[in-house]
Design a protein around this ligand. Structure first.
Ligand code: ZN
Ligand code: ZN
Length: 335
């Protein structure tokens, strides 16, 4: 019998269509033949072609040149020079298009995805994210910062060279606004962070846990919106990703790397997105708990989802979690 589950944080209903449950093999995508060169002369993100990118904002040096590099997006979705002033009226409101749009080049290697990087190099990627988050949060025009990766064509990526992005906006999206309303109401009633409580529940039940280390836990949400929709939560309450501490960075790199590697091994290099979700800049400390959402692009959103905002998940999160957990164990050499 199908079951409807409610995702309390996102306030979305999900139909767990268990009789349609699919095994990972059925999701497995045909692995594209990766025959990429280590260096591609025409690629703007390859070392030696730095002239082809916009202004550099940050870099971490590597053994031979740079290891990570951050540049302004050459084709930004928003304009960094605009002053965010509101105009119009209730029926037609607009703000001129201020925003920051940065590209984070994960590695100098053209042929090396984040799943192929050493844990030390993933740490450098995460440190680069944090450095940019903190720098951008200083801009008084910025209200919200999203760091994300689009991996693969169906996840929206247009450049092969491994990279991530940061977009800062002068507004808080309806989605984050809705979530902070949920967290505020819960806090007022319970004097606790709803996400700390969700994490505590997941850790005590264990069945949706994929992996945990000293500072982070990875699990599939109780009402996961889609197959292998995965969350990584910091164990220490903190509202924004920029709060992550130096001593937590290795644990963050480790959990992110193993979860992405496990997903790739189990599902055959699916296209995917991950998003670092944070509170609005300057939000009350207790109101939000930053986390990472990982969404492999295994199925397309269809008319029912668009029409209802109710999702159909063809596989149980408990089952998906067990499968990912087993692969993480194998990858970490624990089996
Ligand atoms: Zn390249
Ligand atoms: Zn919390």
């Amino acid at each position: 019998m199908p079951e409807l589950r409610f995702n309390v944080l996102t306030q979305e209903w999900v139909i767990m269509a268990t009789e349609r449950a699919k095994r990972p093999m059925e999701f497995a995508q045909s692995i594209p033949i990766y025959n990429l060169p280590r260096y591609e002369p025409k690629c703007p993100f390859c070392p030696g072609n730095e002239w082809a990118t916009s202004e550099e904002l940050f870099r971490i040096d590597g053994e031979d040149g740079w290891q990570t590099r951050v540049v302004k997006n050459k084709y930004p979705a928003l304009d960094e020079h605009a002053q965010p002033t509101v105009s119009g009226d209730f029926l037609q409101t607009s703000i001129n298009g201020f925003g920051l749009h940065e590209v984070i080049i994960d590695t100098p290697r053209h042929d090396c995805t984040i799943t192929m990087l050493s844990l030390e190099d993933v740490e450098k990627v995460v440190l680069t994210y944090r450095s940019r988050y903190r720098a951008v949060a200083e801009d008084p025009r910025v209200k919200h910062i999203i760091i994300f990766k689009n991996n693969g064509i169906s996840a929206g990526s247009s450049i092969i060279h491994p990279h991530s992005q940061l977009i800062a906006t002068p507004i808080v999206s309806n989605q984050i606004d809705g979530r902070t309303r949920v967290t505020r109401t819960y806090y007022e009633e319970n004097h606790r962070c709803i996400m700390c409580d969700m994490l505590e529940r997941e850790l005590s039940q264990g069945q949706r846990i994929v992996y945990e280390n000293e500072h982070f836990a990875c699990f599939l949400p109780y009402a996961a919106l889609s197959s292998f929709h995965t969350w990584i939560f910091p164990k220490r309450h903190a509202p924004v990703f920029g709060d992550v501490r130096d001593n937590e960075i290795p644990a963050l790199a480790e959990i992110l790397a193993y979860v992405l590697r496990a997903q790739e091994k189990l599902l055959g290099r699916p296209d995917y997105n991950f998003v670092f979700r944070s509170a609005p800049v300057g939000c009350d400390h207790h109101l939000y708990h930053w986390y990472i959402s990982i969404v492999p692009r295994l199925s397309k959103t269809a008319g029912f989802e668009i029409g209802s905002n109710i999702y159909i998940n063809p596989s149980l999160p408990e089952l998906n979690a067990m499968e990912l957990r087993n692969v993480v164990d194998v990858l970490r050499g624990h089996v």
